[in-house]
Design a protein around this ligand. Structure first.
Ligand code: MG
Length: 379
């Protein structure tokens, strides 16, 4: 679906779903009806915010205790939508780059917030890349639009909330003793996501298995360089109750990943191999599934299309996240009914969440019809 058809369908869906009458012309019922907006331009604000992690976060190649973040808001006629950019250092964006990019935007030239396409085209024209910065605008814009329509996005997209999967809870690379502490903390979650890619991979899994038989999934973050060793691990992990393996080998090792996928008893998920919508086709035949992250793909506008495209190409869909507040997590969760697996625990890993939003109940992602937009409120 092209952007213009998407917007039109969305506006029509909004009308069908009972939009507050004050926001819509009521003197006709034609397709030209529009929200009654004053014609003033969109107002964008942004504030740097440092996320404090509850545990130091150890991946195969990095470790850190904070994540830089920028909170955004877009207001029109007294209604405000909220967004967020989270910038894990290895992705190349920073507080400086995001605030510099956002400073260059003049959204006051847009008096119609429904023109998502135009706003994305405008941002792409300012500078390429900057996907987290663009996501922070996109999320705020979606929140604003959902509030104007009085509906959460999963309803605007026509998704069934009961199809939302369980979310996994991430156990970072750590000593066996710390892994056991984290497994205890993860008691409410049905699936454990285990970070791997160091020498003690089997030791980590065995520490978890000494405590629980819950299903696990594994994220190797490109940590395995030998395809034969990777295949052995996939077979062993299958016996350990693993559901899938995320980015087992370096993203450049495409032939080796194809070889592994053809033999692996577990699905192989692309993460570092891909970024946004344009990367989905090249995942086909190399990976079984894609991991969609708002901060990498520039927000909900393309994330939705990525999920549709991946499914249309016969791939599975995983929803992932960075360490981020309940703002971006709630936004991503709106897509959860389209996902086979979800790893939306970034808000649970920080100590200073400044939003209240999507809640995990019995390990499952829950979506509420009474929370419009992205389903989050500022604390
Ligand atoms: Mg990953």
């Amino acid at each position: 679906m092209d952007r213009r058809h998407f917007i039109r369908n969305m506006a029509l869906a909004g009308m069908a779903l009972g939009i507050p009458s004050r926001l819509w012309a009521n003197d006709s019922h034609t397709q030209t009806e529009q929200p009654k907006l004053s014609g003033k331009g969109l107002q964008l604000t942004f504030t740097p915010y440092e996320l404090k992690l509850r545990h130091s976060f150890n991946l195969a190649k990095f470790s850190r205790t904070t994540t830089p973040d920028v909170l955004t808001s877009i207001t029109i006629d007294g209604i405000t939508g909220y967004g967020e950019a989270s910038m894990p250092p290895y992705l190349g964006e920073s507080i400086e780059s995001v605030t510099k990019f956002l400073s260059r935007l003049d959204l006051s030239q847009f008096s119609d917030p429904f023109r998502i396409d135009d706003i994305h085209d405008y941002m792409d024209g300012i500078a390429p890349g900057n996907s987290a910065a663009k996501a922070s605008v996109d999320i705020a814009l979606h929140d604003l639009l959902g509030k104007l329509m009085g509906q959460p996005w999963y309803r605007i997209w026509g998704l069934n909330p009961s199809l939302a999967p369980a979310t996994s809870y991430t156990i970072g690379i750590d000593t066996p003793d710390m892994v056991r502490v984290k497994v205890e903390e993860a008691a409410p979650y049905k699936v454990l996501k285990v970070k791997m890619g160091l020498d003690r991979d089997r030791e980590t899994i065995e520490a978890i298995r000494s405590m629980t038989d819950r299903p696990i999934c594994v994220d190797v973050n490109q940590g395995w360089n030998d395809k034969h060793m990777a295949l052995d691990m996939c077979h062993w992990l299958k016996e350990q109750g693993c559901l899938f393996v995320e980015q087992p080998m370096p993203k450049e090792m495409i032939d080796e990943t194809v070889w592994l996928r053809e033999r692996s008893p577990l699905p192989i998920v692309a993460d570092e191999f891909m970024q946004g919508l344009a990367d989905v086709p090249r995942c086909h035949g190399v990976y079984d599934a894609i991991n969609i992250k708002l901060m990498k793909c520039g927000g909900l506008h393309d994330a939705y299309k990525m999920a549709v495209l991946a499914r249309g190409m016969g791939m599975k869909v995983m929803l992932g996240c960075m360490t981020e507040t309940s703002c971006a997590i709630s936004a991503a969760s709106q897509l959860a009914p389209m996902a086979d697996w979800a790893d939306l625990d970034g808000n649970l890993l920080i100590a200073n969440d400044c939003f209240s939003g999507m809640k995990i109940v019995d390990g499952m992602i829950t979506l509420r019809p009474d929370l419009p937009g992205i389903g989050a409120t500022k604390i």
